[in-house]
Design a protein around this ligand. Structure first.
Ligand code: IMP
Length: 427
């Protein structure tokens, strides 16, 4: 039995939803430990396509239990919408979804402050957030002004919320923005809690006992290493730890109970929102990646920025997350290319860089050092075994393994569950 942390090894949108869905077969529990409804995990099951934002993808598997951990920031109204959405499609959350009473709550004023924050920044300094109120909610958590799920069921909640809203309204008015009506917010929270209330509990003993019984937990990472608040391209990051450490602090499952880290990597690179991106393409290759890869945000619908595979980024994930194995996704998107480029290092002011710089102004000056590799020009989507891959695809994958020092254990060649190749021992 192994507790597995699954992380995004780039800028998010690596295809984690699908890999989680595949790995869930073996797990009894699926746990979200950070982020909020800024995430959008797409899973295709048969003819059905689900996009989940807060509810762990494990919910799509009968009998699996799901936890929204303390490290998540949770918008109660959005969560109720999502629960209704899956319920309408025949999936019940009763007795299967547990929400940490320590999770911080996203209120409308957080979303409004997120929007104001972005609108008031000068061009070039905007982060391009998902406008879900993520940053302001984590900000309140760090400044000890937040409210948590346990507060929502406390008799003092109306007073606690009114005083928060009074303070936030002062800030919103000073910005010239509309203010929030406390009673409307209270009503909407009360309504949402009719559905969420029975799901809220202390998830720490729940997971502790699960580990004791030897049940397997899958930690569903959201966003990616390069969006991590500590190790990403700060300040163009999200406000939580998307690296593997976040799985522990965001769930209460201790680090020594974790067994394995799977890093999800796209066969190329994408990014939504602002911030440096050394291998970004502005030519027809970038267009082709966007079009063939359907690179449009699952949460916001924004077109994603696209570029070649970047091994410096992947190695950053290996170092900060302890990646044991890659799940490489969307290889099929590269099927039509004559030539592929793979960035193995950067050049900064005439010097070769093997590691990702902290300073984003330096990152912006980094020139990728590329290796060129021939494409395979044959469809891979129908393949079911690694051995069947075209020779050029095998070489591309082997080079990724070489330059990152980590083996590819899972390969995805299409959005459906069936298009997943599990690596056995390879020559
Ligand atoms: P926030 O998390 O909404 O504050 O957005 C901060 C940055 O993270 C922005 O560049 C977003 O586009 C990016 N981001 C947040 N969540 C995701 C995600 O799930 N996938 C990809 N990018 C994300």
């Amino acid at each position: 039995m192994a507790n597995t942390i699954l992380i995004g090894a780039q800028w998010g949108d690596e295809g984690k939803g699908k890999i989680i869905d595949v790995l869930t077969e073996r797990a009894q529990w699926v746990v979200r430990a950070q982020g909020g409804n800024n995430a959008g995990h797409t899973v295709e099951v048969g003819e059905d396509r689900f996009v989940l934002h807060l509810v762990p993808s494990g919910i799509l598997h009968e009998g699996k239990k799901c936890v929204i951990g303390n490290g998540v920031v949770l918008d109660p109204v959005a969560l109720v919408e999502e629960i209704k959405g899956v319920s309408e499609r025949g999936i019940s959350v009763a007795g299967r979804l547990f929400i940490s009473d320590r999770a911080h709550v996203v209120f409308p004023y957080h979303r409004m402050l997120d929007a104001q924050g972005e609108a008031r920044k000068i061009k070039g300094e905007q982060i391009g957030t998902t406008l879900r109120g993520i940053g302001p909610t984590y900000g309140d958590k760090a400044s000890r002004f937040g409210l948590r799920m346990c507060d929502l069921v406390d008799p003092e909640f109306p007073a606690l919320l009114r005083s928060r809203i009074e303070e936030k309204n002062r800030i919103l008015s000073a910005m010239g923005a509309p203010v929030v009506d406390a009673e409307t917010v209270l009503d909407s929270v009360r309504e949402a809690m009719k559905i969420l209330g029975p799901l809220v509990c202390d998830t720490v003993p729940l997971l502790f006992e699960a580990v004791r019984r030897g049940e397997e937990i899958l930690f569903e990472g959201a966003q990616g290493v390069m969006l991590d608040i500590d190790f990403g391209t700060y300040p163009y990051v999200t406000s939580s730890n998307a690296t593997s450490g976040g799985a522990s602090t965001g769930s209460g499952v201790a680090p020594n109970r974790m067994d394995r880290v799977v890093g999800v990597l796209k066969a190329y690179t994408t990014r939504v929102g602002e911030g440096p991106f050394p291998t970004e393409l502005f030519d027809e290759n970038g267009e082709q990646l966007r079009k063939v890869g359907r690179e449009f945000g699952a949460t916001t619908g924004r077109p994603r920025r696209c570029g070649w595979f970047d091994a410096v980024v992947a190695r950053h994930a290996v170092m900060t997350c302890g990646v044991d194995e890659w799940a490489l996704t969307k290889l099929d998107v590269l099927d039509g290319f004559h030539t592929l480029k793979l960035c193995v290092a950067y050049e900064l002011d005439g010097k070769r860089m093997e590691v990702f710089p902290a300073n984003i102004r330096e990152v912006a000056r980094c020139m990728p050092v590329y290796e060129e590799m021939p494409g395979w020009r044959t469809p891979t989507t129908a393949l079911t075994r690694f051995e069947e891959l075209p020779a050029a695809a095998k070489r591309y994958l082997a080079r990724i393994e070489e330059v990152t020092g980590v083996r590819i254990g899972i390969l995805s060649v299409g959005p459906r569950r069936e298009s997943t190749l599990m690596a056995g021992p390879r020559a």
